[in-house]
Design a protein around this ligand. Structure first.
Ligand code: TA6
Length: 309
């Protein structure tokens, strides 16, 4: 079974501008849409779309629970969330300008969780997670969920001897490396921050690969570099017209873990995950991608083994 943990869930409010965003002007909206936000939930959506069984764990606020649940049900997610009483799940604002590729993402901090809320989540995790499971922790931590709480959560998972994947950033990512997990997805800047800004990226990747089974360094539209089992791969993705890149990285993580759970070869997994992300960016919301399109795009993804001296 695969579980995703979204500590800081979000509802994405998509703001479609009539024109491009201009300061000191009244920027009028042509429409507003809502989609599922939160990196772990996006991972779950990708896995479910690929027919891989998974359950979304984490928190959700009670004051707008029906709004989040409506989206979770529309997306047919299997979820079991701890209620954070009297608080709303936050919104992320995705600004889409007319005839401009890409989006602007503005995220709220999120509700404050209490030690009791964290205790309830930990109990669920203790009860559900088995040794053969894959667990993805993805996204930011809400106020009240401190680094020590993440460390404790990671140690609970390590005791289960399950596969731990982390799509985290900043001090949370550094903590995941320190504790030792099975998968991380730093971007090129984060990997320099975690290891050393002095060393070239590949040196830092070699260093990290001694401790972390799978490291996928995302380089946005340039592709990514992956290390596993002493091998290093450069992944080059086909150029597509990106409408909205929100959620593309989350989609690739979900597809990667789905394929890993199916025992697919790593090179095929890397190409398919990149194909899913390349499909996702062509849709205006935060989650949609086409499996058919992803399989076609997968054929145009280049996965080359790097010769590292
Ligand atoms: O990666 C896309 C996304 O999940 C958006 O849907 C938005 O909710 C945001 O990222 C949340 O990011 P955060 O790092 O705050 O969890």
């Amino acid at each position: 079974m695969i579980y995703t943990i979204t500590l800081n869930p979000a509802i994405d409010r998509l703001l479609f501008l009539e024109k491009t965003l201009v300061k000191e002007k009244n920027n009028r909206l042509s429409k507003v849409e809502y989609d599922l936000g939160g990196k772990g939930h996006h991972g779950s959506f990708a896995m479910s779309t690929l027919g891989v069984e998974n359950q979304a764990l984490g928190f959700c606020g009670t004051t707008n629970k029906s709004k989040l649940e409506k989206i979770l049900k529309e997306k047919e997610l299997n979820y079991d969330l701890v209620e954070v009483y009297g608080k709303p799940t936050r919104e992320s604002y995705v600004i889409l300008e007319a005839n401009v590729s890409g989006s602007i993402l503005i995220t709220e901090k999120g509700f404050r969780v209490s030690s009791y809320d964290i205790e309830l989540l930990t109990e669920k995790i203790e009860e559900k997670i088995q040794e053969k499971d894959i667990v993805l922790i993805a996204g930011s931590m809400p106020p009240g969920f401190e680094l020590r709480d993440l460390e404790e959560l990671l140690h609970v998972l390590k005791k289960k001897n399950c596969f731990i994947a982390c799509d985290l950033s900043g001090t949370a990512l550094t903590k995941a490396v320190e504790v030792g997990v099975n998968f991380i997805k730093p971007n090129a800047f984060e990997i320099q921050e975690i290891v050393s800004a002095e060393n070239p990226l590949l040196e830092n990747l070699k260093e990290l690969s001694k401790k972390i089974d799978y490291v996928v360094v995302s380089q946005g539209s340039e592709g990514s570099i992956c290390s596993h089992d002493g091998e290093f791969y450069q992944i080059t993705v086909p150029k597509v017209v990106a409408v909205n890149d929100t959620g593309a990285g989350d989609c690739s993580v979900g597809a990667f873990l789905a394929n890993l759970s199916l025992g697919k070869p790593l090179t095929e997994t890397l190409a398919f995950a990149s194909g899913c992300a390349a499909s996702k960016v062509q849709y205006t919301n935060s989650t949609t991608f086409s499996v058919k399109e992803a399989k076609l795009l997968q054929k145009k993804v280049r996965v080359e083994k790097l010769q590292m001296d």
